[in-house]
Design a protein. Structure first.
Length: 540
């Protein structure tokens, strides 16, 4: 029998529900349980694929090509839960299903309503996670208690215990206890209100995870327990972690959260095995080296837009006992001020993915600087396309080289629309998406990093390296070191005559985990470290 855990959030958004849910998933897995994770998002977009990174942060792509919420990135980084289309539902998706059923006449003439039809569809989505191979399904509800659009989801999760048995369900509510500087006091009232609202809907949380910037003290804890009708030991304090998000599980273990969950759900679980994780935390806390990587992008002021890239850099750093300092550089500013001003002193340069023309010239300048000054360079998706354009303009001397995404009339469209994108008209879910095999040239930096001949990586793009230019690039020193199995699509390019210059059409950042950093990120950070050490050596 699959047990269900529901994670809701109150008081304010951005409390780290995703991280807490992922941490709970990990703790249960490390007690030998088989876990599935799921996120329900109350917004109306069918998926976040069409949303701006400013609105929504990064779009996280899964193997099966679904474009999902960035919390799924936390799930993959913390757990081994297999994720797919069923792992992320939005209001838009739920309504789409109901409306399609209605059009097919499946409701047999009934009036189709939020309750029960929408709520039933949500329940189906949740229950689709259960199965003989799943011990615990964790469903996180996006948004904050009190949001109008979240109500059908709350109603659906309220009904689940009636179907699967109260003893098989557990409600965890995440709240905030703010510290008011003027009053020099921590305030529990917002938490009381938020739990009050949940109880009005008919949900009594079993466990409260309380975010606070400093320990809240026994008195506040007792107050919360009494007013919220929750056992004292089930009020778990989660004090802000400033060093790393990977410290979150430790605090939860110290407060006995895994034991409490297992006990409340009546699960027979093994003992907790976190040795490798604790060992990693020790390395995070005591780094032996330091390295500075510039990330040159266009959504730079929005921390969540390149979330997985920043995480992957950290992971690579952990494996080299190294702290990675990220210098976030706005590409347009770089175009104005020049690379010498903004990039001097960095040990590596990364240009991430993106869409649209803004910032392109700054990214190309950064790549030129990396290539000419022999600074380790890593390009990802649009970052690879910019590397190809830069090489075409400055080495092949095709001065107007461009991507047809930006300038259709160029004489040298070195990046062009993928053949099967030419007939695509709809925007949602129509890019080249998800896991694709990539065959590596055995004598390449890529093969050296991976230690394999064939890999699988996740994609999200419409444009590609124009194959007509292949031999000109190769003759001039840019090698295509990874291709689709038929050899038609260029997936990786590199410059062998450079300390570390590699760019990939795919998104390696979606496959990096803290304990198993992605081989390309590991190789890139290692090269940056070498550069750093040699600079220190010569006193630069
Ligand atoms: N805009 C480019 C394309 O569609 C790159 C996409 C990306 O970086 N994810 O091909």
């Amino acid at each position: 029998m699959t047990k269900h855990i529901f994670v809701t959030g109150g008081v304010v958004s951005s409390l780290g529900k995703g991280l807490t849910s992922a941490s709970v998933g990990m703790l249960l897995e490390q007690r030998g349980l088989r876990v599935r994770m799921q996120k329900l998002d109350p917004y109306i977009n069918v998926d976040p694929g069409t949303m701006s990174p400013y609105q929504h942060g990064e779009v996280y792509v899964l193997d099966d090509g679904s474009e999902t919420d960035l919390d799924l990135g936390h799930y993959e980084r913390f757990t081994n839960s297999p994720l797919g289309r069923e792992s992320n539902y939005t209001t838009g998706q739920i309504y789409l299903r109901v409306i399609e059923k209605e059009r097919r006449g499946e409701y047999l003439g009934k009036t189709v309503q939020v309750v029960p039809h929408i709520t039933n569809e949500i329940k189906n989505a949740i229950l689709s996670l259960s199965g003989p191979d799943v011990d615990v399904a964790i469903t996180e509800l996006g948004g904050t208690i009190g949001d109008i659009e979240g109500l059908p989801f709350l109603e659906a999760i309220r009904q689940i215990p009636l179907e699967v048995g109260k003893e098989n369900c557990l409600f965890i509510h995440l709240t905030l206890v703010p510290y008011l500087r003027a009053a020099r006091e921590m305030k529990t009232k917002p938490t009381q209100h938020s739990v009050g609202q949940l109880r009005e809907i008919g949900i009594q949380p079993d466990i409260l995870v309380v975010r606070c910037e400093r320990p809240m003290g026994q008195e506040n804890l007792e107050k919360i327990a009494m007013f919220c009708n929750v056992e004292k030991r089930a009020v778990i304090e989660e004090v802000d972690k400033t060093l790393s998000i990977y410290e979150v599980p430790q605090g939860l273990v110290e407060h006995g959260l895994d034991k409490l969950i297992v006990e409340k759900l009546g699960i027979n679980a093994g003992s907790l095995d976190m040795d490798e994780w604790w060992d990693m935390l020790r390395r995070i806390r005591n780094p032996e080296h330091e390295v500075t990587i510039a990330v040159v992008g266009k959504y730079i002021e929005h921390r969540d837009a390149y979330k997985s890239i920043y995480e992957s850099l950290d992971h690579a750093g952990f494996s080299h006992s190294s702290r990675v300092i990220v210098k976030r550089i706005e590409a347009e500013e770089l175009a104005d001020q020049g690379p010498e001003v903004l990039l001097s002193g960095v040990d590596g340069i990364l240009v991430p993915g993106g869409f649209g023309m803004r910032g392109i010239e700054g990214k190309i300048e950064a790549i030129r600087y990396a290539r000419q000054c022999e600074i380790p360079f890593f390009g990802i998706c649009l970052g690879m396309q910019c590397a190809v354009i830069e090489f075409a303009r400055n080495v092949l001397e095709f001065k107007d080289a461009n991507s047809s995404e930006f300038v259709d009339s160029t004489n040298h469209p070195v990046i062009c629309l993928l053949e099967d994108q030419k007939t695509v008209t709809e925007k949602g879910g129509t890019m080249r998406l998800g896991a694709q095999p990539c065959v590596l040239d055995e004598d390449s930096l890529a093969a050296w990093c991976y230690g394999e001949k064939e890999v699988s990586e996740r994609h999200r793009h419409r444009y590609e390296f124009n194959p007509e230019y292949k031999s000109q690039f190769e003759d001039a020193g840019m090698k295509i070191s990874g291709t689709s199995p038929s050899g038609t699509l260029a997936e990786i390019v590199e410059i062998p005559d450079h300390p570390w210059f590699l760019a990939a059409q795919f998104h390696p950042e979606f496959k990096s985990k803290p304990l198993t950093p992605h081989p390309l990120f590991r190789g890139f950070v290692e090269a940056a470290l070498k550069r750093h050490q040699s600079r220190v050596h010569v006193g630069l």
